[in-house]
Design a protein around this ligand. Structure first.
Ligand SMILES: [Zn+2]
Length: 76
């Protein structure tokens, strides 16, 4: 699934409305205080960009989608 379709899917939009979804570096084992509230494609891509630029790990869009999904599943 394309990232655009994923972000705009009913399930994800419902989750965004219900929960504040924060992607936090420490959750992924980095000693870093970067955190971003994810509620759009832009913010998810910003998180990916931070991972790439600061931690040197390039996450594919598919990986970011998986990370977001598991984050949302943890809360429900
Ligand atoms: Zn970081």
């Amino acid at each position: 699934m394309a990232l655009e379709n994923f972000i705009t899917s009913d399930y994800i939009q419902k989750c965004f409305k219900k929960y504040m979804t924060k992607m936090i570096c420490t959750d992924y084992g980095f000693e870093c205080d970067f955190a971003i509230e994810v509620d759009s494609q832009d913010s998810l891509e910003q998180f990916g960009m931070h991972m790439d630029q600061i931690h040197g790990i390039e996450y594919q869009k598919e990986s970011l989608m998986t990370m977001l999904t598991s984050k949302l599943n943890m809360k429900s």
